[in-house]
Structures are given as structure tokens and as C-alpha cells.
Design a binder for this molecule. Structure first.
Ligand SMILES: [Zn+2]
Length: 283
């Protein structure tokens, strides 16, 4: 094997190691169909005294489950059957629907963070043993991301912050104003409703790319730290720890300034010579 071939292999290996080190910046998306959370009082009004929900399936967030039980929700224009109840019982009854559902019901619920139902829309729920009219409790859930504090550190975001999420695929979309919710109890997952999912042809399990609010839409988080900063016209300061042949070829400038600790591979030096570019080490 000649020296050139060995150099090429070493360069490739180093590039692989560097690549492995970069963090994934995607978030799994789960689509929430219409559902309701019931208080124990309302559960008993709808299903009978002392009733307890039975578990159909665990949900991704620890402790949460989809119940076997469903209710009918009723508005002035129409009703929707088989609306899934999510357990366990909560202090307040809350019904989450899409805008499409709301139009069918003839109601105008606000977009809200789960749990914030003050002055939201009214709704009637019907169960096998009775019905309940709630003066408030009907909302369109705001798109949000559940994450553990470790994930928040990883993405550089805080509880209550808004971010933008971009999806790829046949019909790429960006979701604006996606709320970050951080808790040690949470597992990393973005929740959107069926209207949002359908608009981007998104299915559960698909991943979105997090873009912090205020950053350019076109730039995913992985590239927020641009390796090249402009210094003066025609000159660039290369910020990474390793300058490779590919970098030399990709950089537009004839003058490439690197920091003192940056490793310049032999192939990068060859490429610079070939392309008549100067590599300058800064102090
Ligand atoms: Zn959620």
C-alpha cells in the first residue's frame, strides 16, 4: 500500500470519528388523536359510581395510558363518537380535539397548553350511564415537545421556550411556536394533533428537526455552529479542530486561517498547494 492510500484511509477514519461525535438533532413525533382526560367526579357521572378506568395500552409518557373506555362528545352542530379516554383521572376534565373536529362539533376552542383550560370552550360528554356539560375544558392542544432535563441540555433549550420543528418527506413542513416542556418524568417526544400531522403527511414515529426560535428556518441545529466565520473579504477563520482535504476544497477563500490547535491533515496541505490556497496558523 502506498503512502497516499494510507493517508486517504487515515483521513477517512478521522472524518468518521468526528462525524460520530456530532449529536443527533431529531425528535420523534407522535400524533395525538382527539381524546379526553376526566376528573374522577365526571368519570363517575358518565360511567357510574366508583367506576375505574381499565387500561388498553400504555402511552409513551410514563404512567399515562389509553383506556378501553370512550365517550361521545357533543356540540351544537354535531357529535363525535368513540373519543378515547386517557388515564389516570385528573383534577379537571379536558377534551382535546383538532380544528377539523371543532368545526364538525360547531365549537370554537382556543389553542392551549394542556392543563390551561380557563375560559376555553364548553362541551358535552356522554357516557353509558349519563352525560356531563362542561362550561370549559375543550381545547385544541398546542404542539409541544416533552423532554427530560438531559434532553433539554442536549438541545440547549429550557422549559417554556418555543422552538421551530421542521419535517422532511414528501410534503415538508415547519411547525412554529412549538412549546418545550421539561420534566424528569418525560420521555423525548413531540406531540401534534391530526390536523397538523395530516398537513405534513406525518405519521407517528417520524422524526422532526429542532430549530431554536429566532434561528434561520433553513438551518437545522446541527449546523448552528457554523465552522466558518467571515473575517474579512477573501479570508476565513476555520473553527473546527480538524482541517481535511474536503474542507480545503469546500472553502471559497484562498486564505484559510486555522487556530493553533487545529490538525491539518497531509491531504489538506496537498489540496491547498494544488488549489493555490494558503493555510495560515493563527496564534
Ligand atoms: Zn403531550
Amino acid at each position: 500500500m502506498n503512502e497516499q492510500a494510507i493517508r486517504t484511509i487515515v483521513e477517512e477514519v478521522i472524518q468518521q470519528l468526528v462525524k460520530k461525535d456530532s449529536r443527533p438533532n431529531t425528535i420523534p413525533i407522535a400524533v395525538s388523536a382527539r381524546h379526553c382526560h376526566l376528573s374522577q367526579d365526571d368519570l363517575e357521572m358518565l360511567f357510574g359510581k366508583g367506576y375505574e378506568l381499565s387500561k388498553k395500552a400504555d402511552l409513551s409518557q410514563p404512567g399515562q395510558f389509553a383506556a378501553n373506555e370512550t365517550v361521545v362528545i357533543v356540540g351544537p352542530r354535531g357529535s363525535i363518537e368513540k373519543v378515547r379516554i386517557l388515564g389516570p383521572a385528573r383534577s379537571l376534565t379536558q377534551v382535546e380535539v383538532s380544528k377539523t373536529d371543532a368545526v364538525k362539533l360547531g365549537l370554537n376552542p382556543p389553542v392551549r397548553e394542556s392543563g390551561n383550560i380557563a375560559s376555553s370552550a364548553s362541551i358535552t360528554l356522554v357516557g353509558p350511564k349519563g352525560s356531563v356539560f362542561k362550561n370549559e375544558g375543550l381545547i385544541i392542544a398546542q404542539a409541544h415537545i416533552h423532554m427530560h432535563p438531559d434532553d433539554a441540555a442536549h438541545f440547549g433549550v429550557e422549559n417554556g421556550e418555543y422552538v421551530r420543528i421542521r419535517t422532511d418527506g414528501e410534503r415538508p413542513v415547519s411547525f412554529e411556536k412549538v412549546l418545550i416542556r421539561v420534566s424528569p418524568r418525560y420521555k423525548l417526544e413531540m406531540h401534534i394533533d391530526t390536523d397538523e400531522a395530516n398537513s405534513g403527511l406525518i405519521t407517528s414515529g417520524q422524526a422532526g428537526v429542532l430549530v431554536k426560535d429566532g434561528e434561520s428556518q433553513a438551518r437545522p441545529l446541527a449546523t448552528l455552529k457554523d465552522p466558518v466565520q467571515p473575517m474579512e473579504p477573501g479570508a476565513v477563520i476555520f473553527q473546527k479542530n480538524l482541517l481535511t482535504k474536503r474542507d480545503v476544497q469546500a472553502l471559497q477563500s484562498d486564505m484559510i486561517s486555522v487556530r493553533k490547535g487545529t490538525i491539518v491533515t497531509p491531504l489538506a496541505r496537498d489540496a491547498a498547494r494544488e488549489l493555490k490556497k494558503t493555510i495560515q496558523v493563527m496564534d
